[in-house]
Design a protein around this ligand. Structure first.
Ligand SMILES: O=P(O)(O)OP(=O)(O)OP(=O)(O)OC[C@H]1O[C@@H](n2cnc3c(O)ncnc32)[C@H](O)[C@@H]1O
Ligand SMILES: [Mg+2]
Length: 201
């Protein structure tokens, strides 16, 4: 049995504005009092793990200890089988310190070259840590293909490159509500809700 999150403040342990916006959208119907790590002035820990789980857990743990509150962290990325799973856990790092995703998307496309396999999937691991060290972890994925050139200005990160299976618009062209019906983040979030909130509207 997962530990339930009862009412009270929850920290969203991310410094990525796009992610924080999506997580706030997903959390809003549950009426939780949510604060972001940035609002609380929490530092951004170094992501030294070699899995999405390890990185999500270290971010959640650092924020829970820093704030003295339960904290939800998200570690996510784009995995491309033809590139051996890259950029994967290095998705943010491929964009460099400037977080230049035009550059990162061009890098993915250049490395793919004329590969026949343009399949890709997004992964999102959510980790919920309490200040006493308890942790719950959830993983969601979404399969799709990569287009070139990038399309759309909605979303963030690699969204303009990615068309989910069965769709025609990229995540960058979709309104947020449509992305939430399909995304890796929403899939992980549903597991989190079922396990830890249990009052899905
Ligand atoms: O660690 P935090 O502070 O949460 O922010 P971050 O941007 O560094 O986040 P990650 O370490 O998890 O890196 C994941 C990167 O993968 C990309 N990514 C994750 N989810 C995405 C999504 O829904 N759409 C597009 N790109 C996404 C995005 O570029 C992120 O920067
Ligand atoms: Mg990060």
């Amino acid at each position: 049995m997962a530990r339930r999150l009862t009412q009270g403040p929850l920290v969203v342990a991310s410094h990525n504005a796009g992610k924080v916006r999506e997580i706030m959208d997903l959390v809003r119907p549950f009426g939780l009092d949510v604060r972001s790590a940035g609002d609380l002035g929490l530092p951004e820990p170094e992501e030294t793990g070699d899995t999405f789980e390890a990185n999500a857990q270290l971010k959640a743990r650092a924020a829970a200890l820093g704030a003295g509150l339960p904290a939800l962290a998200d570690d996510s990325g784009l995995c491309v089988p033809a590139l051996g799973g890259d950029p994967g856990i290095y998705s943010a790092r491929w964009a460099g310190p400037e977080r230049d995703f035009a550059h990162a998307m061009a890098e993915v496309n250049a490395k793919l070259g004329d590969a026949a396999d343009r399949s890709a999937f997004f992964v999102c691991v959510l980790a919920l840590a309490w200040p006493d060290g308890h942790m719950e972890t959830f993983r969601g994925t979404v399969d799709g293909t990569l287009v070139w050139p990038p399309r759309g200005t909605l979303g963030f990160g690699y969204d303009p490159l990615f068309v989910a299976q069965g769709e025609t618009l990229t995540f960058g062209e979709m309104d947020p509500g449509t992305k939430h019906a399909l995304s890796h983040r929403a899939a992980a979030f549903r597991l989190f809700v079922d396990a830890c909130l249990g009052n899905r509207p």
